[in-house]
Design a protein around this ligand. Sequence first.
Ligand code: E4P
Length: 217
Amino acid sequence: MVEYYIDSANMDEIGEIVGAGLVQGCTTNGSIVKKENRKYTDIARDIIKNFPQLYHLSVEPIFDENDLDKAKKDILTFYEIDPTRIVIKLPPTLAGLNVCRWCKNNKIKTNITAIVKPVQAELATLAGATYISVFWGRIGDTGLNPSLILSSITNAKFNPYIIVGSIRGGNDVTGAKFSDPHIITIPHKVFKNFTNNPKSLEVIQEFNRAIIEKEKQ
Ligand code: E4P
């Protein structure tokens, strides 16, 4: 069965979804973190401390290909927060794959992110990635069929765990599940849409009203 992660850096959002036992991991990126107005490392520390139920926290430090020493230093700062649960997101570029191999040699878990074509998944595998993230919505933006790209990656049975990211709605989750990935990372608002069906709410309200009316009699 597919596992779900939450794609968020917001403590309330994560708390609500973790509290219900729906997810085992959390993914973040610069855009998600920007909304929180706090230092990225502080957010990562809080997620690790507040949610021991999560075995995975993906973080994406700034990656400047012209300053790999700085990139490695930042990676180590995040890694040291919790070496067993922190996973470092890296780009699928040649520099990213070189740093991926360096991480592997130093026992640092990696997530090669923003994958939009199968060959990137293959090269990430060769570089020793722990996870790869296939970006469903972003593939769709290019006019290609995310389902075909994802299934050619899942069918190849590469070593890394396959995460599907860039999920924008419930149909994306349903579509992604057909390709049998290991993990789908989902924003809070999509979890909310799944659980707040108007028909279900209508029925529950009908039953609540019936009890209230009965108690008035
Ligand atoms: C996943 O790891 C990413 O954080 C995320 O899903 C990217 O989604 P976007 O395409 O909506 O930015």
